[in-house]
Design a protein around this ligand. Sequence first.
Ligand SMILES: CC(C)(COP(=O)(O)OP(=O)(O)OC[C@H]1O[C@@H](n2cnc3c(N)ncnc32)[C@H](O)[C@@H]1OP(=O)(O)O)[C@@H](O)C(=O)NCCC(=O)NCCS
Length: 139
Amino acid sequence: MGEGKFIGLVAFRREFLMILDEEERVKVKGTNDALEAGGAGIQWEIGFHPSPTCRGRDIIPAAVRPLINVFLVPHMNVHIMTAALFEENIASRKVLEKCGFLFEELVADAIELPESKTGVEEKNVGIGRMRWDRNAAIV
Ligand SMILES: CC(C)(COP(=O)(O)OP(=O)(O)OC[C@H]1O[C@@H](n2cnc3c(N)ncnc32)[C@H](O)[C@@H]1OP(=O)(O)O)[C@@H](O)C(=O)NCCC(=O)NCCS
């Protein structure tokens, strides 16, 4: 077998980490998890991290579009996916748009970033949510 090279990670999950209120998150996740496998109402989430040497090369859309068309729709019957991103992360938003997601909602000042990461005290950032809807998507 030839040598592989790690080019990045794409994750599909149902954790609802964007819901910051823990009680609400547990409730929404429980309701979603209880839906019958393959049901059209199940909400999925996507996250991705291209490896640093592979950024700026359209690798995520090239991986996600066929994943949607060849696996997630025909085998998992996925109808709805969401993705969360920091409001300042324009690159991420563009990548998601290329995968067929539309911007849905911004929760302003949603979380406080630690000073160790930003160098400033009390820096709050907004979290955006994007949505892929099978009935509307062109991928
Ligand atoms: C964010 C991330 C996923 C983007 O992937 P990428 O392949 O590096 O994306 P690109 O650099 O090709 O940027 C995508 C597009 O946004 C544009 N863009 C990037 N930064 C921009 C900015 N500040 N303003 C305007 N446009 C910008 C690029 O020009 C590109 O546009 P194009 O496709 O029309 O050429 C990647 O940089 C990354 O993993 N970052 C760290 C982790 C992270 O933030 N993950 C996202 C979790 S949701």
